[in-house]
Design a protein around this ligand. Structure first.
Ligand code: FPP
Length: 271
């Protein structure tokens, strides 16, 4: 674990930063709230969409970094349920950008071995965007180098409500007995089923909220908040986030002398 201070790290090159990472202590799953695209554009006197378009480059760099480091899962918050309240012009432009991203990136995702999956109330997306989501999901379904999950029309509370609704149906149909319901069983009904819980959540732009993202899954996640705006969050910034994460002592509610995570977390984190 590096003992260098943040200001000492600032002077290092990307390659030097990367060499300080301890492979065994890398997160298995990173979740990201990509925030600050609008402010990035406003600072330059550009329309908000310019920030979202530039933000795509940060997505691309983070996917490449995860692949380079062998990080198996990346989940990004691209569009929340609350985002439907934005002006129609921005929503339409974001949906077109999503569609364009999927068209442009499908081959690259396949080459990188990235399995693309969308979570959220996907059926509320415009038809053509939804068609591309399904197409890229199908085209990458056999890949497993990186699990790339994109949250679209997503809300953490709705995800739990939808899971409970399906579980209630199974109880009604006698597939599940009420006394069989525990955390593992409920987790199986969530859209992230099969992924380990995120070890690290990154939120850019100085906001320090979870904003209804992965409410269940973030129970033990380390949080990294940075003032950097999302379009500026490139490989170097991501390496700094990972180095910061590696300084953390993860206790999972235990005392310092019981540092092994509880069995259920070990299982999830190695799944
Ligand atoms: C938050 O910035 C960002 C979003 C609501 C959209 C994020 C989308 C992208 C980076 C591009 C689409 C991604 C994919 C994978 C297609 P903001 O607009 O809230 O910024 P602000 O808080 O500065 O206004």
């Amino acid at each position: 674990m590096t003992k260098l201070t943040a200001s000492e790290l600032e002077h290092l090159s990307e390659a030097e930063l990367q060499s300080l990472l301890i492979p065994d202590l890398l997160p298995r799953h990173i979740a990201v709230i990509m925030d600050g695209n609008g402010r990035w554009a406003a600072q330059r006197g550009l329309p908000r969409m310019a920030g979202h378009t530039e933000g795509i480059k940060s997505v691309r760099e983070l996917i490449t970094l995860c692949r380079d480091l062998g990080i198996k899962a990346l989940t990004i918050y691209a569009f929340s349920q609350e985002n439907w309240r934005r002006p129609a012009s921005e929503i339409n432009a974001l949906m077109s950008l999503l569609e364009h991203y999927l068209q442009m990136e499908m081959e690259a995702l396949i080459e990188q071995g990235a399995r693309f999956r969308a979570i959220g109330r996907i059926n509320t997306l415009p038809e053509s965007a939804l068609a591309w989501v399904r197409k890229v999901e199908r085209a990458t379904a056999h890949l497993d180098t990186l699990n790339l999950t994109v949250a679209l029309s997503y809300g953490g509370r709705s995800e739990i409500v939808d899971a409970v609704r399906r579980l209630a149906e199974d109880v009604k149909d006698d597939v599940v007995k009420p006394d069989q319901i525990d955390e593992d069983l409920l987790e199986g009904y969530l859209s992230t089923h099969g992924l380990p819980d995120p070890d690290l959540l990154i939120r850019t732009s100085g906001e320090t909220r979870i904003s209804n993202f992965l409410l269940w899954q973030l129970a033990y996640t380390e949080m990294y908040f940075t003032p950097t705006l999302w379009p500026d969050f490139r490989r170097r910034e991501a390496l700094l986030a990972l180095l910061d994460y590696q300084r953390r002592e993860r206790r999972f509610g235990q005392t310092r002398d019981q540092l092994d995570p509880p069995d259920d977390q070990v299982d999830k984190r190695t799944a």
